[in-house]
Design a protein around this ligand. Structure first.
Ligand code: C5P
Length: 217
C-alpha cells in the first residue's frame, strides 16, 4: 500500500506550507486538493457559469483538463492554460467553496485526487483527505488556528503576492468559508478518527513540521 499522510483543516491554518515542506523532507508527492476546487471555480468564472446552476457546474467538472506541476512552487494548467496566478485570489476561494458543497462535483473530482497516490508516498492537503478521499491513510493530521491568526496569515500571503487585500474583509470571508465547509452535508470539514489535532496559533511553521514528523515516525 502506498503510504499517505493527510493534513486537513480550515483555510489559512498553514496546511499548504507545512504539507509542501513535509513532502519535500520525505521525498513524497504532494496533493493540494483545494487547488482542484479552485481550478474548477476558475473554469466556471471563465465560462460565466453561476455556482447555483448545479447541472452546468457538474458538466464543467466532467470536462475540465487539469495538469499539475509540483516540482517547486505549485503550477496549475486548466485546459492547457496556466492559471497559477489566479489560484490564490479570494474571489477564486469563494467560488471554490460554493461549488465544493455540490455532492456530484465532489464525486467527479474524487478520482482526480486519488490519482495522486503514487510511490514512494503522498502528502494530501485539504478538508476531507483523511475522512473521505484517503480514508485508509496511514497518518492523519488536523491542523487549525484561530480565525484572527488565519486571516492575518492570509492577508500577509496575498500582500506578498502583490494581490490587494483587506484584513476585516478576509476575516469575514474566512468565517463564511469555515461555516460552509463545516456545515455542508457531503464531506464536511471534521477531525478524522485517530488524527493528530494541532492548533498552530502559537506555533511556528518549523514547530508544526517537527510535531508532524515526530507523529509519523
Ligand atoms: O484549501 P483551499 O483554501 O485552497 O480550498 C478552497 C476551497 O475548496 C475550500 O474553502 C473548500 O470549500 C474547498 N475544498 C474542499 N475539499 C478539499 C479542499 C478544498 O471542499 N479537500
Amino acid at each position: 500500500m502506498i503510504p499517505v499522510l493527510t493534513i486537513d483543516g480550515p483555510s489559512g491554518a498553514g496546511k499548504g506550507t507545512v504539507s509542501r515542506a513535509i513532502a519535500k523532507r520525505l521525498g513524497w508527492h504532494y496533493l493540494d486538493s483545494g487547488s482542484i476546487y479552485r481550478a474548477l471555480g476558475i473554469a466556471c468564472l471563465q465560462q460565466n457559469v453561476d455556482p447555483k446552476n448545479i447541472k452546468t457546474v457538474i458538466k464543467v467538472a466532467q470536462t475540465i483538463k487539469l495538469a499539475f506541476d509540483c516540482t517547486d512552487e505549485l503550477k496549475v494548467a486548466l485546459n492547457g492554460l496556466d492559471i497559477t496566478a489566479k489560484l490564490a485570489t479570494e474571489k477564486t476561494a469563494g467560488i471554490a467553496s460554493a461549488i465544493a458543497v455540490i455532492p456530484e462535483v465532489r464525486a467527479v473530482l474524487l478520482q482526480k485526487q486519488k490519482d495522486f497516490q503514487q510511490l514512494p508516498g503522498l502528502v494530501a492537503d485539504g478538508r476531507d483527505m483523511g475522512t473521505v478521499v484517503f480514508i485508509t491513510a496511514n497518518h492523519k493530521v488536523y491542523l487549525t488556528a484561530s480565525v484572527k491568526i488565519r486571516a492575518r496569515r492570509r492577508y500577509k500571503q496575498l500582500i506578498e503576492k502583490g494581490i490587494d487585500a483587506n484584513l476585516s474583509q478576509i476575516i469575514q470571508e474566512i468565517q463564511a468559508r469555515d461555516k460552509r465547509d463545516t456545515e455542508r452535508v457531503t464531506a464536511p470539514l471534521i477531525v478524522a478518527k485517530n488524527a493528530l489535532y494541532l492548533d498552530s496559533s502559537d506555533l511556528s511553521i518549523t514547530q508544526v513540521i517537527e510535531k508532524i514528523l515526530n507523529f509519523i515516525h
